[in-house]
Design a protein around this ligand. Structure first.
Ligand code: MUC
Ligand code: MG
Length: 372
């Protein structure tokens, strides 16, 4: 007899960041995690987590809408159903739910965590098996101050934490962004790689000017320079420059991947479990990219430990991640709500061991940081 899903609860947890994190569309002083706890009739609890960035500034879903939509609409579709048929549950949600990919990612994570615990295997095993148990992780320099960013990079290099850095551009005038990037590239030359994320802030003409200068400065990868909907523009930029163009907001799932390929895009894809409705959707996009010969990047929506672990289990199943990962979310937060943090060392992170995600909640700290 299959275990039945008996309850699904959600709570919003606000964790302060170690410093302001400045992106083109918002500056974050805290991250809000929507924690999902899914309990089944066999006594097993699965954990999931949903995050976004800066309220509604990154996505049409906010922490509050995620919690509300799970409580009111998604959870009732799952409660009373067999807990172990994840394909069947996904088909049920597909029939009744449009959008809400971030909320769905948290639920799918909880289902995978529970099923892994039930079978005594890791989430990576459920997804076909891990090919890596240590994944490279970059760090985002986004204090908003060039000198502070350079000092932060040197500190991370000395600690053997990170040797690849991403800069967040687009909040300032192009001239200032270029000066900032050139100073950081100069300071890190020969010691670390630099890539940039514009988070859709430029129009195509600004992108042509900006990318030429960034290429000359030694930047290695350009992420989402123009608005997500301009897929033909992104394809044009990818084909115009030698430097690789990384699609992020433009490629939520495998359907968007096909659209970009149809438009002639030849760059790389940023995978995020939150964009694709969960680890399985993100891997569907990854497998499409692999078939088309495109490079992959393990992306984050600045998840805490649960979402980061779920992503790592998924990315660990991919033989090749040409552009590594940015799974540093927990390191940006001042505190955590789990008993054992992820282990970051030697410029990467260990894949947590299962069963399930291999993550245990710290109930005291969860209570402390939860919204009343
Ligand atoms: C994004 O746009 O890629 C990833 C790293 C970071 O600092 O922000 C995120 C989201
Ligand atoms: Mg991005």
């Amino acid at each position: 007899m299959s275990a039945i899903i008996e309850s699904i609860t959600t709570q919003i947890v606000d964790l302060p960041t170690i410093r302001p994190h400045r992106l083109s569309m918002t500056t974050m002083a805290c991250q809000s995690l929507v924690i999902v706890r899914l309990r089944s009739s066999d006594g097993i609890e699965g954990l999931g987590e949903a995050t976004t960035i800066g309220g509604l500034s990154y996505s049409a879903e906010s922490p509050e809408s995620i919690k509300c939509n799970i409580d009111a609409w998604l959870a009732p579709l799952l409660i009373g159903q067999p807990a172990d048929n994840i394909n069947g549950l996904a088909a049920r949600l597909d029939r009744h739910v449009r959008g809400n990919a971030i909320a769905r990612s948290a639920l799918e994570t909880a289902l995978l965590d529970a099923q892994g615990k039930r079978l005594g295997v890791s989430v990576a095993s459920l997804l076909g098996g891990a090919v890596h148990d240590h994944l490279p992780v970059l760090w985002t320099l986004a204090s908003g101050d060039t000198r502070k960013d350079i000092d932060e990079a040197f500190q991370r290099l000395d600690e053997h934490r990170h040797h690849q850095f991403k800069l967040k551009l687009g909040a300032n005038a192009l001239r200032d962004d270029l000066r900032h990037t050139e100073a950081i590239c100069d300071a890190l030359k020969g010691r670390a790689g630099v890539q940039v994320d514009i988070n859709q802030a430029w129009d195509e003409a600004t992108a042509v000017e900006g990318i030429a200068a960034l290429e000359a400065a030694g930047v290695e990868l350009i992420e989402q320079p123009i608005p997500a909907r301009n897929v033909h523009g992104l394809a044009r930029l990818a084909n115009r420059f030698r430097i690789t163009m990384l699609a992020d907001e433009a490629v939520q799932d495998a359907g968007d991947g096909l659209t970009l390929l149809d438009a002639g895009f030849s760059g790389a894809f940023a995978l995020k479990i939150a964009k694709a409705g969960g680890p399985r959707g993100a891997l569907k996009l990854a497998h499409l990219a692999q078939s088309a010969g495109l490079g992959l990047y393990g992306g984050t929506l600045l998840e805490g430990t649960i979402g980061t672990a779920a992503s790592l289990h998924a990315w660990s199943t991919l033989a090749s991640l040409r552009w590594g990962t940015e799974m540093f979310g927990p390191l940006l937060l001042k505190d955590d709500i789990v008993t054992e943090s992820l282990h970051y060392h030697e410029f990467g992170v260990e894949l947590p061991r299962g069963p399930g995600l291999g993550i245990t909640l710290d109930e005291d700290r969860l209570r402390f940081y939860s919204r009343p």
